[in-house]
Design a binder for this molecule. Structure first.
Ligand SMILES: [Zn+2]
Ligand SMILES: [Zn+2]
Length: 276
């Protein structure tokens, strides 16, 4: 399976038909600085298999052990893409199109690792941005009703920690990848009288969950997307069935004024949006 990847803006892309020789977490100071994160994950491949398209800029530096390398990045968007050694290229794993199958092989420069390079247990977890709405615990539901999931991706399985809902219109809204969702809070039931608006524009996919769902399988989203009591998170992998390819209509789209109003309210609550 060939490796492919690109920078954030897409001006630079690359391919290689090699299998990764190594997948390495690097905790060195230079990697931390250049990625702007806790560590770098480098995917080593033979330089001879690497094909680049688009123009990069390179920065050459020498580390404490005297090894010189060139880190190359997109001059348009600044994405760090790979590091060039004479015979080997280390691709920055986050720029790969499909990094989910990587098998990390080792950690290096651990003496420089920061304590927060491991994500501690017990942090609040959000399948999407954490800035969507407020917490509303203590929700009950009829588990036997249909469960829906909206996504940008074509899926057959849903990973643990994904959000599902018993409202078809909520799932549909999420399928358009909105950063803001608003709901009129009139109805008490799951009827689709629920008025939902959002700022998503991209087409998506609407799924139903094929498995039976019980109380052990889901829990209410601690910080739902302004969609209190409609969003639940999954505790196990679930099977999905596609029921609709979704298109965002004008009626469901938030106007610029409505978006400004919601953002203002978020600001007042100290919830600066992390999305878009
Ligand atoms: Zn770019
Ligand atoms: Zn490093």
């Amino acid at each position: 399976m060939p490796l492919t990847g690109r920078c954030l803006c897409g001006a630079v892309s690359y391919t290689s038909d090699a299998e990764p020789q190594s997948v390495i977490y690097c905790h060195c100071d230079d990697c931390r600085r250049v990625t702007g994160s806790a560590f770098n994950v480098g995917v080593g491949i033979p330089a001879s298999t690497f094909q680049l398209s688009g123009k990069t800029k390179g920065y050459e530096s020498t580390n404490d052990e005297g090894r010189t390398k060139i880190r190359e990045f997109c001059p348009e968007c600044g994405s760090q893409l790979f590091t060039r050694y004479p015979n080997t290229i280390f691709i920055k794993a986050g720029t790969l199109d499909h990094s989910e199958d990587l098998r990390p092989t080792r950690e290096i420069w651990t003496e420089m690792a920061v304590p927060w390079s491991k994500i501690p247990d017990g942090l609040d977890k959000f399948p999407r941005s954490s800035t969507w709405g407020s917490s509303q615990p203590g929700i009950h539901c009829d588990y036997s009703l249909t469960w829906y999931h909206g996504s940008q991706q074509e899926l057959t399985k849903l990973r643990i920690g994904s959000s599902i809902t018993q409202s078809r219109s909520v799932a549909k809204a999420f399928s358009h990848r909105p950063s803001i969702v608003s709901m009129s809070d009139e109805g008490e039931s799951l009827s689709d009288k629920l008025r939902i608006k959002h700022n998503g524009v991209t087409p998506g996919y609407l799924y139903v969950v094929s498995n039976d769902i019980g109380p052990d399988d889901v829990y209410p989203h601690p910080h739902p997307a302004n969609a209190d009591r409609w969003e639940w998170l999954t505790n196990r992998e679930l099977k999905l069935k596609l029921i609709e390819q979704t298109i965002a209509t004008d009626e469901e789209r938030l106007t610029d004024e409505e978006i400004a109003e919601i953002r203002q309210k978020q600001k007042e609550r100290g919830e600066e949006s992390f999305v878009g």
